[in-house]
Ligand binder design. Structure first.
Ligand code: NAP
Length: 265
């Protein structure tokens, strides 16, 4: 069955490879990027290589929550339903550490933006068939400091990246509990995959980017995973595993959601 699949951050890395895989199979693929020119080039490349015209592009800078909101509105106007949402866009190295509102770039792009986008697109996911949300987490997970999330305290990029990724898993589990017909999975696609992010941040890689794209594809489409929700898949071990203990701490999660809502609103 052909699906409507939205994958953020699909102008590069594992998101682009996964978008290509979905398009090859004839699904309707909604790609996203922050740079109009790069997005348009990616769109043309995917259409050409897959012979699939049902590929559409959306642009938004995820470090700007207003831009995320606008993109969600545009999608709601142009698309009738979403079966699969893959929150893949992410950043580690960046020239600026804060966005225009004084919020940390990594916490904004990697956690607040997908949180906002997903909430806004829930009505479309409700209309999807066996809808799934796949959130790109990481083996890097560090307890979330509320003061860092609020932009009151600054930390280095490795620390805020790890906080953003644990926040994403904590919210994924909370969201899974609150949704009846939509499954939510957090996934570490594999550490140090051969992408721009890993090469820029660490100057090296351990595994091909395809390793990450393949697990995204599998979790998003396979029958085997269709009813699994509220779990963390660790692609370093190749199995479902426990995330950081904070992802199972109700009080900590509730505090995170309360503060996130205050920022978003
Ligand atoms: N690579 C790894 O080893 C690894 C390990 C664990 C988790 N992950 C996670 O996997 C996901 C994909 O990573 P990747 O390795 O494929 O990285 P990548 O090659 O750097 O691709 C990241 C994607 O996110 C987009 N992006 C970055 N900042 C953005 C912003 N401000 N607004 C909108 N889009 C933005 C990029 O756009 P541009 O094309 O314009 O740069 C690109 O499309 C990320 O969430 C990452 O944290 C990766």
């Amino acid at each position: 069955m052909k699906k409507n699949i939205l994958i953020t951050g699909s102008t590069d890395g594992i998101g682009k490879i996964a978008a290509m895989m979905f398009a090859k199979e004839g699904h309707t693929v909604l790609i996203h990027g922050r740079n109009k020119v790069k997005l348009s080039e990616t769109l043309s490349e995917i259409k050409l290589k897959t012979n699939n015209e049902n590929v559409q592009g959306f642009v938004a800078d995820f470090s700007d929550l207003d831009s995320v909101k606008q993109m969600a509105e545009q999608i709601k106007q142009e698309i009738s339903k979403i079966d699969i949402l893959i929150n893949n866009a992410g950043v580690y190295n960046s020239p600026d550490s804060d966005n225009k509102d004084g919020l940390d770039i990594r916490l904004t792009v990697n956690y607040l933006a997908p949180y906002l986008l997903t909430n806004d697109l829930l009505p479309l996911l409700e209309k999807g068939f066996e809808s799934r949300i796949i959130n790109l987490a990481s083996a890097a997970q560090s307890p979330v400091s509320i003061d860092v999330l609020l932009g009151k305290v600054k930390k280095n990029q490795g620390e805020t990246y790890a906080q953003s990724k644990l926040a994403l898993s904590m919210w994924s589990f909370w969201l899974a509990r609150s949704l009846q017909n939509i499954s939510v999975i957090a996934v570490n696609p594999g550490s140090l995959l051969n992408t721009k992010m890993a090469n820029e941040a660490f100057g090296t890689h351990w595994a091909p980017a395809e390793k990450g794209a393949n697990i995204i594809y599998d979790l998003a489409i396979s029958e085997e995973h269709k009813s699994i929700t509220g779990k963390y898949f660790d692609n370093d071990s190749g199995a479902f595993a426990n995330a950081h203990p904070d992802a199972y701490n109700e009080a900590t999660i509730n505090k995170l959601i309360e503060v996130t809502e205050s920022i978003i609103n």
